[in-house]
Design a protein. Structure first.
Length: 326
């Protein structure tokens, strides 16, 4: 079977890109060093939130497209739920520009957690990532795509498998491209039993050195987190886990009686700007990069996937699966 495109990387960015290409008619193979359930994406929180990512203007467009797609998938059994919740700050600050687009509003004083001085309330997709990655994998297979474990030392090796390569390798791009501007930002979280929490919470205090977020799923709650630049260690830190639990329990006292079910550590692929572009070279084949999404891989996944498909296949993004002209 002839392969039109090889997507390197099986996280949420790689699988979304492969699905978009396959559903548009391309013959697609995903090659990755690890299967979807062992990627950084599988360990993510995860909620729609443009965190640790630039440039702002392109991020807004990609994020809006992804928000629309995740909203469409909500409550269809694929791990996506539209949830109400708040972002709050320990200082008085302005809400993000996207709040009006999402139909949000400022918090009333009674809605603020102890110690918080401002905040905003809105509805956003909260995603059970292992279940959602399974959905993307199944969707790719249904569209005729394939997933295989394969380790490449260079992107030139991937070019031997197809005339078009899309690089969605996340932190792996540092050595594979190579790209010295990309670094890992370690994130750790704690998974606990759900004591009845249905709304999300996220601390958005500017320049805070600590992350505090509460992302509820049906039977579990994901608590976060950490943000440690240039830390590549995937082992959970017991002291960090204890601090995460304490910060979150201080926001919502119901968590104090929750049972700890597990710990997750992932590496956010951060760089000054998301790299989404075709790299022109004299070598055989075409290469498109789609990496460097920081803490917003889920948030930008579908918007970036549709832009990659436009670069690879041509035409308007309105012609792609789930697409609307913007």
């Amino acid at each position: 079977m002839t392969t039109d495109v090889v997507v390197v990387g099986a996280g949420v960015v790689g699988l979304s890109t492969a699905v978009c290409l396959a559903e548009a008619g391309a013959s697609v193979a995903v090659h990755a060093a690890a299967p979807p359930h062992l990627t950084t994406s599988a360990g993510a929180g995860a909620m729609w939130d443009p965190y640790l990512v630039h440039p702002r203007q392109r991020v807004d467009v990609w994020g809006a497209s992804t928000y629309t797609e995740l909203s469409r998938l909500a409550d269809t059994g694929v791990g996506v739920r539209m949830a109400l919740g708040t972002q709050q700050s320990r200082t008085v600050c302005d809400p993000p520009e996207w709040l009006d687009v999402l139909g949000g509003r400022l918090c009333t004083p009674s809605e603020l957690a102890p110690g918080y001085r401002s905040g905003w309330r809105y509805r956003a997709p909260v995603v059970d990532m292992p279940l959602f990655l399974e959905h993307l994998h199944n969707r790719l297979i249904s569209a005729g795509g394939r997933v295989a474990t394969r380790i490449y030392r260079t992107l030139r090796e991937a070019a031997e498998a197809a005339p078009m390569v899309v690089n969605c390798t996340g932190t792996g791009a540092r050595s594979l491209v190579p790209d010295s501007s990309l670094t890992a930002v370690q994130g750790q979280l704690v998974v606990v039993s759900n004591p009845g929490i249905s709304e999300f919470f996220c601390d958005d205090t500017p320049d805070s050195e600590e992350l505090t977020y509460i992302y509820p799923h049906s039977d579990t709650v994901v608590l976060g987190g950490t943000t440690r630049p240039d830390v590549w260690d995937l082992r959970p830190d017991a002291d960090a886990a204890e601090a995460i639990f304490a910060r979150c329990a201080a926001v919502d006292g119901r968590l104090r009686g929750a049972s700890v079910l597990g710990h997750r550590v992932g590496l956010r692929p951060a760089r000054p700007r998301v790299r989404l572009e075709e790299e022109r070279s004299a070598s055989k084949g075409r290469l498109v990069h789609n990496y460097g999404h920081g803490g917003a891989g889920l948030t930008l996944s579908w918007g970036c996937a549709r832009e990659v498909a436009r670069l690879v296949l041509g035409g308007s993004t309105a012609d792609l699966p789930g697409g609307t002209a913007r």
